[in-house]
Design a protein around this ligand. Sequence first.
Ligand code: NAD
Length: 371
Amino acid sequence: MSANKSLLILPGDGIGPEVMDQVVRIVDWFGKERALKFDLDDGLVGGAALDAEGAPLSDETLVKAEKADAVLFGAVGGPKWDKNPFDMKPERGLLRLRKDLGLFANLRPAICFEALASASSLKQELVAGLDIMIVRELTGGVYFGEPRGIKVLSDNTRRGVDTQLYTTPEIHRITRVAFELALKRRQLVHSAEKSNVMHTGMLWREEVAKVHEAEFKEIALRHILADNCAMQLVRAPKQFDVIVTDNLFGDILSDVAAMLTGSLGMLPSASLGEEDPATGKRNALYEPVHGSAPDIAGHGVANPLACVMSFAMALRYSFEQDDEADMLEGAVARVLAGGMRTADIMQENGSQVSTAVMGDAILQELEGIAG
Ligand code: NAD
């Protein structure tokens, strides 16, 4: 890279700082050994920000996030803040980041390392080597559509309303993200909706098809009903490459796909904004799927690999460093193949290690791969 790229580190609460410490060691390693230098800055978010700054995300930290090339986020929350009013909950910090950075595309890979295939609830041969990418629309649909709310009617009946709503630009931009990802993968996109019973589903199917026809004809596109997609994910998950879907179905399908792979401690994610046509910059936030795990925080036993692989996604999607991302994911695979396990993924004959020792092992493998 010609100039240093900037990375904002927001460790958050609970195990967030514990797993992020290992990632920062890896970021430093890339700077020293691979001449891939990042300008690192950090900030508070969640409960830590509430305690020190009186809000789950300060305006100053938000400005830093807007300026950074990418944000690496740990996790937020914990019992200390559970009774806080809605706007003073730690999770509001993350929601503000997503909203103010315009992060409309949520990428959730479901990758099953060979060494962990036996930990899945599905048969080993169904999941070994699995590599799916779920692309979920994150800022539209039924979670945001108006009108919404609960009303008491004149006869005292209560009525709840949510509105599923999508416009063509919203569908087009998430569709493009999915096709662009597929170009670098196995060139197959499934678009999941409910066009059989929902108008938004019909619109979704038609607009995805239009983008495909106009811009990505070389990629195979298959339309699938979201309920069938859920079934197929547990029947034969390896038939999928990229799945693009709306906010609601994405919420559910990404959790189904994630659990095919075993532990929460292994799941990375990325959330991307729109590319600025003038500068080419795209806001991006990378975070493990898991939360702050208060039950194990402070014991040094958390699995850092979801956070490590979130950084690998940043290398790939914000910094176009595919080789370095492959190297880091390769190091994770080798460590797992060697039998090293944190407690959450512990198996018979594995050797159980702490968060920091898992970090040591990744660094050692990186040294080995770099030769
Ligand atoms: P959680 O993901 O924190 O933990 C669920 C279970 O998985 C726990 O038993 C935990 O010990 C285990 N676990 C999670 N990550 C692990 C890791 N890296 N290594 C080993 N074990 C791991 O979910 P929860 O318990 O429902 O929530 C705890 C707190 O986190 C709550 O305050 C919740 O609001 C918050 N939360 C935050 C985020 C986020 O920051 N994105 C996401 C989910 C939950």
